[in-house]
Each structure stands twice: as structure tokens, then as C-alpha cells.
Write a protein that binds this ligand. Structure first.
Ligand code: UGA
Length: 483
């Protein structure tokens, strides 16, 4: 099929190369001419496995990049809208880009098209798109609007797209739904997975993608509710981790015990410094405001955000407590990306923590395997920040090492080398990358999340039961105030 994908961000670009990969011809539209030029030359704007290969594979044949939405509208039978829906300042999603695209499509439409909302959007957006199209002159028999939310994760985006847990198509006209269904036919029918040159996926994959057909409104709600549920799971395990620390339990054991109940599931039970990224924080707020408009006070979501903010403060207090005072300390920091496997630093929990360390008087040397460029940019105004070429370089001569992102590379570090590089022989790990026993074997003290602090014999440990000011504030008020 001939498809247009509007927007070449995470969702748009992955969908565009993914649709080519399963046999369609795609025009990927963007109004950023510099980005388009780079894409045409095979330069990928995001750090994501398989995207460069797929652009290379399809750009001479099925994949085109263009800024001409009217022409792409005329040429395509299905148009996916995958533009950004940032926060508007009140916690709501700003859908003005979606509206602008709908208006432009309306002006160019001359035969029947299916318009698919792929961006994460509030409930009723399909109805607003429909209204905008009609008001801008598109005859109603020339289009239908279908919702097809995307569930890919950064870092594994292409594989998530091609091997999804489910494909949700929400529409109210069966003929329009059927067209979108045909787009995904190679995945739902399984022919893509039988192709010897397919991108490799999980060994356990069922062989056919699961298809869920719903109403448009249900599909819109599924996307927000999924992200809100995943964020809730993370805040839940982080709250349990805090209790583990207080009572002397081990969050690894507790999470395994909880997650092995198939009704709960083991994923998204990793404790840490809190979720970040361009989706969870924004979508949680937007979902809460959708709920408010619908007359429901979804206060649970407020608590989920509060616990998340609190994790940053708790972690900061751990660093403070371990170092006695922050002023004058030199720290190696591993990770600035919001999670491992991506160059994305948007809403990364690492950023406010690094800022607080710096404003607290530390000199910080950061290393991140993928996000150095973006890290330099967002931290350029932060005093006392330097960047190193490697994890070992970041650790060299520092008092302690602080881990903020769960890159696989960090979990594979040689702890003997790290121990030799650090003055205080101390790791403070916000992502629980190591087994405490393994770390102490190398003569290092190890402070992690939801587990007892671990120190080698003869390490000068000082146990103080008094709460410091930050901890008091956090416990009494539950405030974030990380910076
Ligand atoms: C998230 C969802 O997982 C996707 O399904 C969804 O499509 C996407 O948002 C979106 O709406 O576009 P993403 O933001 O790429 O994907 O990353 P996640 O892997 O979900 O991680 C989000 C944050 O949660 C990261 O900061 C990560 O470190 C943290 N996290 C994740 C934890 O702290 N613990 C966990 O157990 C899992």
C-alpha cells in the first residue's frame, strides 16, 4: 500500500521504516527541512538500533522523505499522523500540531483516505480531527479517522514495532478499520516473521501479532491508560523499595516474589531514581487532565508522580549521607539518558540529580555511552560539570561513583579497575546494576536502592540515626524540590 507518515520523530520514523520493512511504500513527511535533508542522506536523528539499516535498505526504493504533505495526501490511501503532542503548560496535551496536519490534509484531499492518529492524544481527538477536516472543506465521504496507538519503547523501538504485544485499531467504520488492518497484515498474519531476512525479534514471539479491534475512543484511552499503569507499577515498586530500606528487606527478592505472580508480571518492577522520558511524565499529567474533564478526580496519578519526584530526593540524600557533605567532593557520574540504550535526556531523572549535586558544591564528571551530546546541551549552564570519554575516565581520581542510568555497558564494568580509580572506594547506584556481594569483593562500598548498604570489612562505616534536613522535608511533606 502507499502510506504517508506525518512526523519523523520517534514514533513517525520508526513507523515509516517499519511499514517499508513489511512491504509498503512510505512517504515520511516533516516540515523541518534540515532534518529531512539529513534523513535523505541516511543520517538518523535518533540513536535507535536498526533504524540506520532500514533507512539504508529502503530509501532507494520504498521510502521517501518530503515536506510536501498535500502531494503525499494525494498519493496515499492511508495517512498516519505521528506529530508531537507536548505538554501545553497546564498539564494538558498540546494538540495544535495534530490540528495543523488535519487542516493541511483537508485542503488536499480529493479521493477517499483513512486518517490514522498514531500520536499519543487525548480522548475525543479523532472527533476533533474529523471536525477540523470538515471545517476545512474535506467532504465527509472522503475520509474516516481511525486510532492506532503506538506502544514502542525507546532503545528497542524497531523491534517493539515489528514484534508488538498487540496492535490496537480503534475505528467506527469497518471499511476504514479494514484498511488499517491490511497495513498490518504481514505482522498479524505472520508472513513477515517467516521472511528469512526479517529483523530478528524475541525468541518467544508467538509468530503472529495480536490484533485488538475497538471503538476509536477506547483505543485513545488504551494508550493513556497503558502508560499510566506502567508508571504506577514503577512508583509502586519504588515505594516498596523505600520500605525495604527502612525494615531491612531486599527489593530484588521482594520484586521477584511479587512479579512471579502471573497476574502482576515481572516487568516494570525495577526500582531506581524514578521514571523519566518524553512519555510517562507528560502522559500521566495529560491523562489526569482528561479524567478531570470527564468529571473524575484521578488522584492516584498525582501520587504516582509524587512518589516519582520523591525518589530523586531520596537518592540525593543517600549521596549526601554517604559523603558527609557535598561541598568540594569530586564525583564520577555514569549516565545522563533517561534510560539505557537511548540518547534521549528528556525528563531524565539524572538531570535534576546532577544539577543538585553541582549546586550542592560537587564537581561532577559525566560519562554516557549515547547521550553525551544532549547531556552537554542541557547541562551547559550547570556549574562544575565535565564530561569524560569513558566510564573509567569518569571514575579516575574521584571520591565516589554515582550511577544514574541503566546502560548495559555499566553493568559490565570491571569493578577492580573502578575500585583502583576511586579515592573513597564507593559506588552509589540509583539503578541497582550490581550484586552487592560482588561489589564489596572488590574492596568497594556499595549503596543502592531498596537494599541494605554493603561495605567490605574494615570500611570506615558511620551509622547515624539522625535525619538530615532534606530527609526530614521529604518525609514530612513528601516534596520533591530536587533542585
Ligand atoms: C514508554 C512505554 O514503555 C511505551 O510502551 C510507550 O509506547 C512509550 O512510553 C510512549 O508512550 O511513547 P519509553 O518512555 O521509551 O516507553 O521507556 P520505558 O522503557 O517505558 O521507560 C520509561 C522510564 O521508566 C525510564 O526512565 C526507565 O528507566 C523507567 N523504568 C522502567 C524504571 O524505573 N523501572 C522499570 O522497571 C522500568
Amino acid at each position: 500500500m502507499q502510506i504517508a507518515v506525518v512526523g519523523s520523530g520517534y514514533v513517525g520514523l520508526v513507523a515509516a521504516v517499519g511499514f517499508c520493512e513489511i512491504g509498503h511504500s512510505v512517504t515520511c513527511i516533516d516540515n523541518d527541512l534540515t532534518k529531512l535533508e539529513r534523513l535523505k542522506n541516511g543520517v538518523t536523528p535518533i540513536h535507535e538500533k536498526f533504524i540506520p539499516e532500514l533507512i539504508q535498505k529502503h530509501r532507494s526504493d520504498r521510502l521517501r522523505f518530503s515536506d510536501d504533505l498535500p502531494a503525499a495526501t494525494k498519493d496515499s490511501s492511508v495517512i498516519f499522523i505521528a506529530v508531537g503532542t507536548p505538554e501545553n503548560g497546564n498539564g494538558e496535551a498540546d494538540i495544535s500540531y495534530v490540528e495543523a496536519v488535519a487542516r493541511e490534509i483537508a485542503g488536499a484531499i480529493s479521493t477517499y483516505k483513512v486518517i490514522v492518529e498514531k500520536s499519543t492524544v487525548p480522548v475525543y481527538t479523532s472527533k476533533w480531527i474529523r471536525r477540523a477536516m470538515l471545517l476545512n472543506g474535506a467532504p465527509q465521504e472522503f475520509f474516516d479517522v481511525v486510532s492506532n496507538p503506538e506502544f514502542l519503547k525507546e532503545g528497542t523501538a524497531v523491534v517493539d514495532f515489528l514484534y508488538p504485544d498487540r496492535i490496537v485499531i480503534g475505528g467506527d467504520n469497518p471499511a476504514a478499520v479494514d484498511m488499517v488492518r491490511r497495513v498490518y497484515g504481514p505482522l498479524t498474519g505472520g508472513s513477515y516473521y517467516r521472511n528469512p531476512s526479517c529483523i530478528p525479534g524475541p525468541d518467544s514471539y508467538a509468530g503472529k501479532a495480536r490484533l485488538i479491534l475497538t471503538s476509536t475512543i477506547s483505543a485513545e484511552l488504551i494508550k493513556y491508560a497503558s502508560n499510566a499503569f506502567l508508571a504506577t507499577k514503577i512508583s509502586f515498586i519504588n515505594a516498596v523499595a523505600s520500605i525495604c530500606e527502612a525494615v531491612g528487606a531486599d527489593i530484588g527478592e521482594v520484586a521477584e516474589g511479587i512479579g512471579s505472580d502471573s497476574r502482576i508480571g515481572a516487568q516494570f518492577l525495577k526500582p531506581g531514581i524514578g521514571y523519566g522520558g518524553s512519555c510517562f511524565p507528560k502522559d500521566l499529567k495529560a491523562f489526569r487532565s482528561v479524567a478531570n474533564e470527564a468529571g473524575y478526580d484521578f488522584s492516584l496519578l498525582g501520587q504516582v508522580s509524587r512518589i516519582n519526584d520523591d525518589m530523586r530526593l531520596r537518592f540525593l540524600n543517600k549521596v549526601r549521607k554517604a559523603l558527609w557533605t557535598l561541598k568540594g567532593k569530586k564525583l564520577g557520574v555514569l549516565g545522563v539518558a533517561f534510560k539505557g540504550g537511548t540518547d534521549d535526556v528528556r525528563e531524565s531523572s539524572a538531570i535534576p540529580i546532577i544539577r543538585s549535586l553541582c549546586y550542592g558544591g560537587c564537581a561532577v564528571t559525566i560519562y554516557d555511552p549515547g547521550a553525551m551530546e544532549h547531556g552537554r546541551e542541557v547541562l551547559k549552564d550547570c556549574p562544575g560539570v565535565e564530561f569524560a570519554e569513558s566510564a573509567y575516565g569518569a571514575a579516575e581520581g574521584k571520591d565516589a561513583l554515582v550511577i544514574l542510568t541503566d546502560w548495559e555497558e555499566f553493568a559490565g564494568l570491571d569493578l577492580g579497575v573502578i575500585s583502583g580509580a576511586l579515592r573513597y572506594h564507593l559506588i552509589i547506584d540509583g539503578r541497582n546494576l550490581f550484586d552487592p556481594g560482588e561489589v564489596t569483593k572488590h574492596g568497594l562500598g556499595y549503596i543502592s536502592m531498596g537494599r541494605a548498604d554493603a561495605f567490605p570489612d574494615k570500611y570506615p562505616v558511620f551509622e547515624c540515626s539522625l535525619l538530615r534536613k532534606g530527609e526530614r522535608d521529604s518525609r514530612e511533606e513528601g516534596t520533591a524540590g530536587c533542585e
